[in-house]
Design a protein around this ligand. Structure first.
Ligand SMILES: Nc1ncnc2c1ncn2[C@@H]1O[C@H](COP(=O)(O)OP(=O)(O)OP(=O)(O)O)[C@@H](O)[C@H]1O
Ligand SMILES: Nc1nc2c(c(=O)[nH]1)N=C(CO)CN2
Length: 180
């Protein structure tokens, strides 16, 4: 892992685990997710520990599932990081922007989305960074790939991911021919 220049040499740093959810429903979705994982691997202070299989699902919009919208590919990446949660979010936003992400309407179609699902169990209520991610428990497209890469996964405050997914129902399918 490359060590970031934190400019705070007196502040001891420690690696903390975080769970990132990646999604794409515009452009070459598999290539975009693959590039995003590459960008995370080259981010100073971020070590990619595991990358999930890729799943596909119908787009969820504010009014419900929308079969007329481009379908999503989603994956989950487990990292260890020296960054703090806000620094990690800033890196996620940088990578999104470098991959053509435009923010228009809520839950609009996008080339790349990177959300922080969990950061070492930390709880934050800031709208700019809410932890754990407030909608993760309702999203099979987050829970299914997360469970595939960590069968003991727990969403802090909500419970075991296997139980959450069983209660919700898994509406994702494996993305044929796409691997990260
Ligand atoms: N845990 C989090 N991970 C990522 N962004 C977050 C989180 N908590 C709050 N945010 C904030 O949400 C804002 C909107 O993010 P984004 O455009 O990715 O939302 P979205 O993907 O459309 O919707 P959702 O948040 O439901 O996944 C971001 O600018 C960010 O500041
Ligand atoms: N299937 C699917 N639907 C979504 C997704 C997503 O990643 N996959 N992300 C959204 C906002 O983050 C809104 N809707």
């Amino acid at each position: 892992m490359r060590i970031p220049d934190r400019g705070r040499l007196d502040a001891p740093s420690r690696l903390q685990p975080a769970v990132l959810a990646l999604g794409s429903n515009l452009g070459d979705r598999g290539e975009l997710l693959r590039d995003a994982v590459g960008a995370l691997r080259s981010t100073p202070g971020v070590e990619v520990r595991a990358v999930s299989p890729v799943v596909e699902s119908v787009a969820v919009k504010p009014a419900g599932v929308d079969p007329s919208a481009p379908r999503y590919l989603n994956a989950v990446v487990l990292v260890d990081t020296l960054l703090d949660p806000h620094e990690l979010l800033a890196e996620a936003h940088r990578i999104e922007a470098e991959h053509g992400r435009v923010r228009a309407e809520r839950w609009g179609d996008r080339t790349l989305d990177i959300d922080i699902v969990d950061f070492d169990g930390e709880v934050l209520a800031d709208p700019a960074l809410t932890l754990p991610h407030p909608r993760a428990a309702e999203r099979a497209f987050v829970l299914a790939p997360w469970l595939a890469v960590d069968e003991e996964a727990v969403l802090p405050g909500a419970g075991r991911v296997d139980a959450l997914l069983a209660a919700l129902g898994d509406d994702t399918v494996p993305a044929e021919g796409v691997s990260l």
